[in-house]
Write a protein that binds this ligand. Structure first.
Ligand SMILES: O=C(O)CCC(=O)C(=O)O
Ligand SMILES: [Mn+2]
Length: 247
């Protein structure tokens, strides 16, 4: 059990203290629009990802203040940590979870756990704002009534990456994945159902949401090493909220 204040706790405290000092009008990015699509970056338009997958450009941007404040509470209870893969590699992405289950990895494998292995306590509950966002985005992707039980929170700093993988530790593949990007941009690799399939490269910016399910549910995906950048709210960070229905 870890009791001392970790680097990431100190870091996230500074970050949120900074956000809290911003006047409300400066907290939204200049390009944010309320739950509408915004075509940004070099990525394809909404319909270009293939059956079962959709990009909602800027969908989360107008909710950024609420999302970041909720995230602060989550990270205070379940601090970000770098987990270890079954092969013994420390992940470059720092992670935490909220919801009734959380995704974890260690030398014994990948799994969902009801308690945070660092503290032995249940993961923090899923904030209302998270749930609303995930359910709304899923509905826009054609998945009505989506109720995720996990939000895996990924924190990237420049250089961090996520190798090509499938999300396949869940019980029910009829339920989609909803993935929200906040902070500095990233390049999302979106492949096929086999690891060797070609990958599309999609630039994801602050507020962009991707939903994939149905025939796309098991498509390989990953994140290229993050380039240096600076976001007015988040500094040199990217946060990804990955919503899943695991049980
Ligand atoms: O950071 C991202 O955009 C993707 C995260 C992801 O694929 C995962 O956590 O499984
Ligand atoms: Mn994934």
């Amino acid at each position: 059990m870890r009791r001392s204040c970790s680097y990431s706790e100190v870091e996230s405290g500074l970050w949120y203290a900074f956000v809290a000092k911003l006047p409300m009008r400066n907290r939204n990015s200049p390009t944010s629009t309320k739950f509408s699509e915004r075509v940004t970056g070099d990525g394809p338009p909404e319909d270009a990802l293939g059956p079962g997958a959709i990009i909602l450009r800027g969908f989360a941007a107008s909710e950024e203040t609420e999302l970041l404040s909720a995230l602060q509470h989550v990270a205070a209870r379940a601090p970000f940590r770098h987990m270890v893969t079954p092969g013994g590699f420390r992940m470059s992405v720092a992670m935490t979870n909220c919801g009734s289950l959380g995704w974890v990895t260690d030398r014994t494998g990948y799994r969902y756990a009801a308690a945070d292995p660092e503290s032995g306590l249940p993961w923090p509950p899923m904030p209302e704002s998270f749930l609303r966002l995930a359910t709304g985005a899923a509905a826009r992707g054609g998945f009505n009534g989506y109720v995720p039980d996990v939000c895996l929170v990924n924190r990237y700093e420049p250089g961090a990456k996520l190798s090509l993988h499938q999300d396949k530790d869940e019980q029910d593949f009829t339920q989609p994945i909803v993935s929200v990007s906040l902070g500095i941009p990233a390049v999302f690799l979106f492949g096929g159902l086999s690891r060797a399939d070609n990958t599309q490269r999609i630039r994801l910016e602050h507020g962009d949401v991707i939903v994939w399910g149905g025939p796309a549910r098991l498509r390989y995906h990953g994140i290229l090493p993050l380039k240096e950048g600076h976001h007015p709210l988040m500094g040199r960070r990217r946060i990804n909220l990955t919503f899943r229905k695991a049980a």
